[in-house]
Design a protein around this ligand. Structure first.
Ligand code: JD8
Length: 269
């Protein structure tokens, strides 16, 4: 997979030289190229920004410089995929990571200042490329670089051969099960008076699996009720449903709902 990142702070992306993504690059599993946007400026001050039309604070990134850069980095004649990190984008999820991991070539445009002139995305779509405006969450950063780092690590680790044991990807939070992951422990079995749950030392795989599933259901119900509501009851076994029942959830009209939630009844006159 080829990934290009364009930014006025290319050094931000050096974190991707490290760890699994760095190893994947050296193994040729990921062709990651980082570019300095200023290489496409034409003035001696290497200007990339200007004042906002309509007034207001801050500066906006110029369309012409971005146009030159994307013309060089996106495939000739269209068919490319540009990802623009922005706080006003669709919220990035594991589903986006799974979809991006299947792509051949993705380009990230990392903005700064108040953002990139809106015509850059428009022109890129008009040139026959897909443009995804994505946000990594409901908080404000100073630029798109950190968001690009997050997204590239999220899909990069899903590339075949990057994570040593692909099975470990299955049980993760936000994975196919749609649950948060269970708590994990390692040696020593007793640490400062804190013990590892006995079942994990039992060697009884069935009981271990059940315990982990129950902890995952518990955590998800406590921290992410939206994820419980999104679960498909058909994908749950009767013990799962019993555990969720204990946690205040029941199936109504084929969906999991908080038991406390009143059943839709006749409208009061
Ligand atoms: C790209 C410029 C800064 C944003 C004025 C602060 C993503 N989840 C996210 N939060 N913030 C970003 C993000 C912020 C960016 C840029 C992404 C380019 N800024 C701007 C608008 C308000 N400054 C993000 N993904």
């Amino acid at each position: 997979m080829r990934v290009d990142v364009v930014s006025i702070f290319p050094d931000y992306l050096t974190a991707l030289d490290l760890s699994l993504v760095g190893k994947a690059r050296r193994a040729g599993l990921l062709d990651l190229r980082v570019h300095d946007l200023r290489d496409w400026t034409t003035d001696r001050h290497r200007t990339v920004d200007d004042t906002p039309f309509g007034g207001g604070a801050g500066m906006v990134m110029r369309p012409d410089v971005w146009g030159h850069a994307l013309d060089d980095v996106l495939p000739e004649g269209g068919g490319g995929h540009l990802v623009v990190p922005t706080p006003s984008g669709d919220v990035f999820t594991q589903r986006h990571a799974e979809a991006l991991a299947l792509e051949e070539h993705v380009v990230f445009a990392c903005g700064r200042y108040e953002g990139i002139d809106a015509r850059v995305a428009e022109r890129t779509r008009a040139a026959g490329h897909r443009v995804s405006e994505l946000s990594i969450g409901d908080y404000v950063l100073n630029g798109g670089e950190v968001a690009a780092l997050v997204m590239i690590e999220a899909f990069g680790r899903l590339l075949p051969g990057v994570v040593g044991n692909p099975h470990s990807l299955v049980e993760e939070s936000h994975g196919a099960a749609g649950l948060l992951e269970y708590p994990v422990y390692t040696k020593p079995p007793a640490w400062e008076g804190f013990e590892v749950p006995e079942v994990l030392l039992s060697g009884h795989h069935g009981r271990v699996e059940r315990w982990r599933r129950d902890r995952a259901l518990e955590r998800t119900a406590a921290r992410r009720p939206d994820m419980v509501a999104a679960l498909d009851p058909q994908a749950l076994d009767k013990v799962d449903l019993a555990v969720l029942g204990e946690l205040g959830w029941s199936v109504r009209d084929g969906r999991l709902r908080p038991s406390a939630e009143a059943a839709p009844g006749p409208v009061a006159e």
